[in-house]
Design a protein around this ligand. Structure first.
Ligand SMILES: [Fe+2]
Length: 305
């Protein structure tokens, strides 16, 4: 039976899809539905672009925040994005930071960190960026420069979707708990795996870069409750016996990173991924042997509450 005959038999015409409202926020950029849309963000989009236009002062940062609030992770195809445009786009969200320990481009571009597999800079553990800071980044913009032929995907997990899926008794249990986040934790994990020296571990402990954040935070813009612990920086839950805190954290880590809360991105050089660091985790998979080089700009956030 042909298409026309099928319609005449009473099938409803598919509704015309409205363009996502983030379209206007990025001006020259256009977007299309993603074949890899995360299950926890059904409106999430993959973006295709002409070269990104210079920032327009009239484009309010709130419009960009609205996009990441809606989708948590936004993928843009931006192969001709310059370093200045990358920074300018980040500035629409707020003030870009100088990263605590990653190398950067220097010469006035200290706010652009470089994650280069040939330098050994990888981020292959589940984490939110820099939660050991009192003011962790509110978001990060990662631009792919060199991508290996196979592997090196990044996976994101939604901590709001993970929170929503918890049982009511577990939500009640977590209410009011506070966790300690520690930069030395990530070096400790690397040291245990033989990827860091004892001297580097000792130096990270001596630096004592720790802070405490609620285990369940409220997203400052959407008001959504979100889990706020991660494998890489969270060391303990304050006030709980260590064995109990370890068991709770282990449960939460497994729960937060189950597949139904994740989105996996296969990078193409020129991709720019923007994510909300306040309500997602991410993990760069170390399953590659080629060269992988990324430019990263993170935007300062407020203390999680
Ligand atoms: Fe990261």
């Amino acid at each position: 039976m042909g298409e026309r005959a099928g319609r005449s038999a009473g099938r409803r015409r598919p509704r015309r899809r409205r363009p996502p409202r983030c379209r206007a926020a990025f001006g020259a950029l256009t977007c299309a539905s993603s074949a890899q849309a995360p299950r926890w963000a059904p409106k999430s989009t993959t973006w295709t672009s002409r070269p990104v236009s210079p920032p327009r002062p009239s484009t309010a940062s709130t419009a960009h925040s609205s996009t990441t609030n809606d989708h948590q992770v936004v993928v843009l195809r931006a192969p001709e994005l310059t370093i200045d445009q990358h920074l300018a786009l980040a500035e629409r969200f707020g003030e870009p930071e100088v990263h605590a320990f990653f190398p950067n481009l220097g010469d006035g571009y200290e706010r652009v960190s470089v994650l280069d597999s040939e330098d050994g800079t990888r981020a292959s553990m589940w984490h939110a960026d820099e939660t050991f800071l009192e003011r962790p980044p509110m978001g990060t913009l990662l631009h792919a420069q060199v991508i290996p032929e196979y592997g090196g995907d990044t996976v994101w997990a939604s901590c709001t979707a993970a929170y929503d899926a918890l049982s009511a008794p577990m939500k009640k249990y977590l209410e009011g708990l506070t966790a300690l986040h520690d930069l030395a934790r990530t070096v400790e994990l690397a040291y245990v795996r033989g990827h860091a020296t004892a001297e580097r571990y000792a130096a990270s402990v001596a630096a004592a870069r720790t802070t405490a954040h609620p285990v369940v935070c409220t997203h400052p813009e959407t008001g959504a409750p979100t889990l706020y612990v991660n494998h890489t920086y969270t060391r303990s839950i304050l006030g709980l016996p260590p064995a109990e805190a370890d068991a709770v954290l282990a449960f939460l880590y497994r729960h937060m990173t189950t597949e139904r809360f994740t989105y996996r991105h296969r990078w193409t050089p020129g991709d720019l991924v923007i994510w909300d660091n306040r309500c997602t985790l991410h993990n760069a998979l170390p399953d590659f042997s080629g060269h992988r080089r990324m430019h990263r700009v993170s935007v300062l956030g407020a203390p999680p509450r």
